[in-house]
Design a protein around this ligand. Structure first.
Ligand code: F6R
Length: 253
């Protein structure tokens, strides 16, 4: 379940190949998509590979994990804008199949219900991409989120707002709340690839490895998923117990 790669570019290569293979095998696949710094090299590599291979992505349906409340889709720091910039604008996606939570929805509870219903009506996610917060959040399910929750509104943890301030201009306010796909929806994906890179993720990767499944660390829920892979680089693996690191490196050849 744990795979250690030398660096971010080898991870981008591996994960983008998995995406291409999945779309080849199932041109109408449903993808669960993440944003954030971790995914940028993955999407860049995927776009290059897909262009090179002439991959047809027009049948793909996607559901993004989350969106900030209060940001319009054309706000440069919205996750809708991130997806356009890093993925959607580069390939021939069918815009009507690309779903993101609406950060400007007037009735947030109804919007969350609708998002969950659309996800279910799609037949569920075939391949879910995930990053992980330094505090163990997945999507924006912050520590303490019940594992059985579906799409909902969340108050962002202070740590998350501090971590994400790097994407905003100096002095700009990071939104305090978001809409996120729930833990139950993430777990119902048929396959999950979680990527963690860099030394800022080393502590949470070690915690994931050592702790039992607990709502205090949402990331640990993936231990219960039959087809989840935790893909880390050397920096993110650096606080794993030596034995775990050794074992996995050998296992990966
Ligand atoms: C983003 C998301 C978050 C990020 C996590 C890591 O859609 O759901 O869980 O994956 O905050 O962010 P980065 O990759 O910026 O460290």
């Amino acid at each position: 379940m744990l795979q250690i790669f030398p660096d971010t570019s080898s991870i981008a290569e591996h994960v983008s190949s998995a995406l291409v293979a999945r779309i080849h095998a199932k041109p109408d696949a449903v993808l669960g998509l993440a944003t954030g710094g971790t995914m940028e090299p993955v999407y860049a590599r995927f776009v290059a590979k897909a262009k090179q291979a002439g991959l047809d992505v027009s049948g793909i349906t996607s559901f993004n994990l989350d969106e900030y409340i209060g940001l319009a889709p054309d706000h440069p720091k919205s996750y809708a804008a991130y997806m356009q910039e890093h993925l959607f604008a580069h390939l021939g996606f069918d815009a009507s199949r690309l779903h993101l939570p609406d950060g400007l929805a007037s009735d947030l509870a109804a919007h969350c219900q609708d998002y969950a219903a659309r996800l279910q009506a799609s037949g569920g996610v075939d391949l879910q991409l995930l990053g992980v917060g330094a505090n163990g959040h997945i999507g924006f399910n912050e520590p303490g989120t019940p594992f059985d929750c579906t799409c909902h509104v969340v108050e962002l943890a202070e740590q998350t707002r501090i971590d994400n301030s790097r994407f905003f201009a100096e002095g700009a306010i990071v939104p305090g709340s978001a809409i996120t796909m729930g833990m139950a929806e993430i777990m119902s994906a048929r396959e999950i690839l979680l990527v963690a890179t860099g030394k800022t993720k080393a502590q949470i990767v070690a915690e994931w490895y050592e702790r039992d499944v607990t709502e205090a660390v949402p990331f640990t829920m993936l231990k219960q998923h039959p087809r989840a892979r935790i893909i880390v680089d050397e920096a993110a693996a650096s606080l794993l117990p030596a034995e775990a690191r050794q074992q996995r490196l050998v296992a990966n050849g």
